[in-house]
Design a protein. Structure first.
Length: 97
């Protein structure tokens, strides 16, 4: 059962909303290749606000994801696409259905 999660929030630069949306869509295969990532969601929260929510069974799996390909790709594109640094929060799950 998943006990750990990450909640990331990113804000696209004006005019870069479509590129951020496409970047998040393109990250799905990377998440699918991570055996420790149980669930991975890309979200659009507003016109220029996006998020990622993912779940893990162990802290090690969560840390592996934080040091994985998606995080590296996000950070390497952040200056071009994002208006500010991503906000990434570690979340402990208390109930899961």
């Amino acid at each position: 059962m998943e006990k750990f999660a990450l909640l990331a929030r990113v804000e696209a630069k004006p005019g870069k909303e479509t590129q951020v949306l496409e970047f998040l869509k393109s990250a799905l295969p990377l998440a699918q290749d991570e055996p420790g990532t149980v669930r991975w969601y890309a979200l659009q929260l507003g016109p220029s606000t996006f998020g990622i929510f993912d779940t893990f069974e162990t802290e090690d799996d969560r840390n592996a994801h934080l040091n994985g390909k998606i995080a590296a790709a996000l950070m390497s594109n952040a200056a071009e696409l994002l208006s500010k640094d991503p906000v990434i929060e570690k979340v402990d799950l208390i109930a899961v259905k």
